[in-house]
Design a protein around this ligand. Structure first.
Ligand SMILES: [Zn+2]
Length: 136
């Protein structure tokens, strides 16, 4: 399953970053998923919920942002959203909305990245209350 390997890779990436930054807690993670990845965001979310069990990511807020497909047309120089008419979950048909050409460069929509990670760090062990800053 496509979604499973992607979800697995994302969890590993986030945990890796968290570890390198001495995170004690992962508050929030934002994941960018381009429409051309053919990943089903709902299924991805479900798998992530399962994969984060017993990791630092358990209980973190996970946001999935869909990135729409953008193109640059080689025929008419159109730049912007693609015409995806006729596409489905298995096959992406990408056309220029201006000239209907298919000689296009895809500039967005293939992303599948961890865009943002908010962590709680281990560098201030004196107090876990951020408001209390006169602790000496
Ligand atoms: Zn065009």
């Amino acid at each position: 399953m496509h979604e499973l390997s992607m979800a697995d890779a994302m969890v590993k990436t986030v945990l890796d970053v968290a570890e390198k930054n001495n995170a004690t807690e992962i508050i929030e993670v934002t994941i960018e998923v381009g429409k051309l990845t053919m990943l089903n965001p709902e299924q991805l979310k479900f798998l992530l919920d399962v994969l984060v069990e017993n990791t630092l990511l358990e209980g973190s807020k996970i946001n999935i942002e869909e990135v729409s497909v953008e193109i640059k047309c080689n025929a008419c120089d159109y730049v912007g959203s693609a015409n995806m008419e006729g596409s489905d979950h298995y096959l992406a048909i990408i056309k220029c909305p201006k000239c209907s050409g298919r000689d296009v460069e895809i500039t967005a929509g293939r992303e599948c990245n961890v865009k943002k990670i908010r962590i709680e760090q281990d560098d201030d062990l004196e107090s876990d209350d951020p408001v209390n800053d006169n602790g000496n």
